[in-house]
Every structure is written in C-alpha cells, then in structure tokens.
Design a protein around this ligand. Structure first.
Ligand code: NAP
Length: 277
C-alpha cells in the first residue's frame, strides 16, 4: 500500500483529488493582518486545503495569503461555504462575491454550510449550475444529517462530493458516516480536536499517545485519517500547526482504534441540524 504523507491526496466521487487533511479558518483571528500572518504560517508548514466560509470573515485573508505565497494556485484546494445567503435566488450572486473577496476565478469546493429548511434543495440546484459553469470543481454539503441527504439525493443530479460534520471520539455519527460513504460522499471532520482543549487530559487518548510518543492532538487527527475522514483542525499557533501535520510516521493499531471508539457518547459540541428540519 502507498505510504501516506502530509502531501497525500484522495480521490472524491467526481475524480477531483483533495488533501487528506486541511486547515480550518474559522475564528483564527479578528483582524485581516493577523489572519494573513497565520495563514502564511500554515502554508509554510505545508497545508494546502483551506476551509473557510462566508460567515468566518476570512475569505479575503485566504486569497491574500495564497497569492502572496507565490505557490501556483492549482496546488491549493480552496473551500468556502454559503450560509445565510443561501436562499436560491441569491446563491450565485453570493458565490461570485466569495470569489471576488478571495481574488480567484474558480474555487475547488463550494459548500452549503447548513441545510436551511425549505431552501436547501433549490440552493443545491443553484450549486449544480455553478459547478457546470466550471467555477467550482466540487460542490458539497455540511451539517447534512441522514434525513437531509434522503431529501436531497432524489432531487439532485450531482451527488455532493463531501459532507462536513462534527466528528471526534465523543461524537462519531456512525450511521451518518456509513450512509454517506455508501453514496460515495467523503466525510470531513470539523471540531476534530474537540475545540478549547476538551480532550487534553483524557486518559485513553493520553495512554494511546504515550504508546506512540505522540500528543493527544496527533492521536485525534491520526484517528480521523484511519477512519477515512478528512480533518480540518484550526490553530493560530505555528508549533501546533506543525505538530498536527506530523501524523504520518505512526499508525494506530486496531486495539488503539477500538479503545478510542469506545469514547463515543454521541455528544456533539455544535448546533444540531435535526432541530431545524
Ligand atoms: N461546517 C461547520 O458548521 C463547522 C463548524 C465548526 C467548525 N468548522 C470548521 O472546523 C474547523 C476546526 O474546528 P473548531 O474550530 O471547532 O475546533 P478544533 O480544530 O477542534 O480546535 C481548535 C482549538 O484547538 C487548539 N489546538 C489546535 N492544535 C493544537 C495542538 N497541537 N495543541 C494544543 N492545542 C491545539 C487551537 O488552539 P491554538 O490556536 O492555540 O492552536 C484551538 O483552540 C474550523 O476552523 C472550521 O473551519 C466547521
């Protein structure tokens, strides 16, 4: 089997390749200058997949940092999401504004951030038009539960390339992942390291980390990769960014994986889209 590295990519259902791990660009800093500095540091470490969104107010910084890096545009996988503007009659206009803010003429992935009740099927049809225009290499969803996927799939011509959901050892969304994987929809993990040091003192993760000489954060991200999920951890600290990327020189055993899986209590940290069917 091919040895995975931080530069490895995997193939999505439309043949586009995506890095195995990305960089979350929500809440990294308030001001543009600091956001650009943090993104420059992430690019230096080697991150190429950037997960921004209209509501994160970081699209501009992503565009500037990528341009200033001097690295060819096609080496990056830029992803953004549309949220409160996703009413179907404003989707394309809002997409174009995202491109303008980032100073790019195509995006690698454009995502419906949230299944807005009564709108997401029409919004998806607009995303399909955007994809056909050649300006979004992939179109995807986020926070789509099985219920939303079941509503969307019979109504779509293009199956979403990915579904980004909360995924970590205490919220594993097993049925949702299985459902998506059966449809060829790749899973992506947000809040992969639990946000705000939630797992730092966890006994199981520390024990597994000690066995491999790795931190809790590295164990968490490696566990994602071995579950075939793309993590998008966020960090404003370059040492942490580098540590998070350094997870391709060890492998969790099946016992390690089972031990970590046993932490699942289906307790999510983020809003539950089921409450807004
Ligand atoms: N689609 C959605 O609805 C949705 C929702 C939530 C998040 N997201 C995406 O997912 C990304 C990440 O999720 P998240 O923001 O919830 O949190 P997260 O990535 O699980 O956790 C981020 C926190 O972990 C810390 N951290 C990172 N690496 C560390 C390390 N090696 N050692 C110690 N601390 C470390 C960071 O602090 P430092 O800055 O000090 O490193 C930060 O406080 C977001 O940026 C966003 O792109 C999407």
């Amino acid at each position: 089997m091919e040895k995975l590295t931080f530069q490895s990519t995997k193939r999505l259902n439309n043949k586009v390749r995506i890095p195995l791990m990305g960089f979350g660009v929500a809440e990294i800093a308030e001001d543009l200058k600091t956001q650009v500095r943090i993104l420059r540091e992430a690019i230096e470490v080697g991150y190429r997949l950037f997960d921004t969104a209209q509501i994160y107010r970081s699209e501009r910084a992503v565009g500037i940092a990528i341009k200033e890096s001097g690295i060819p545009r096609e080496e990056f996988f830029i992803s953004s999401k549309i949220f409160d503007e996703q009413k179907y009659d404003r989707t394309t206009e809002s997409f174009e504004e995202s491109l303008r803010k980032m100073g790019i003429d195509y995006i690698d992935r454009f995502v419906l951030h949230w299944p807005l009740p009564g709108h997401y099927i029409q919004s998806w049809k607009e995303l399909e038009k955007i994809h056909r225009s050649g300006r979004a290499r992939c179109i995807s969803v986020s926070n789509f539960e099985i219920w939303h996927m079941r509503n969307l799939l019979p109504n779509c011509e293009i199956i979403p390339a990915t579904n980004q959901i909360e995924f970590n050892p205490t919220y594993m969304a097993n049925e949702q992942r299985e459902f998506c994987e059966n449809w060829g929809v790749a899973m992506e993990a947000y809040t992969p390291i639990g946000r705000y040091g939630r797992f730092a003192d966890n006994e199981i993760l520390n024990r597994v980390g000690e066995r491999h000489g790795k931190s809790v954060y590295q164990v968490l991200l490696r566990w994602d990769i071995q579950h075939n999920v793309i993590p998008v951890p966020r960090s404003s600290n370059q040492k942490h960014m580098a540590q998070n990327a350094d997870i391709f020189d060890f492998e969790l055993t099946s016992e390690d994986m089972a031990e970590i899986d046993s932490m699942n209590i289906d307790d999510r940290r983020n809003a539950n889209p089921y409450n807004q069917l």
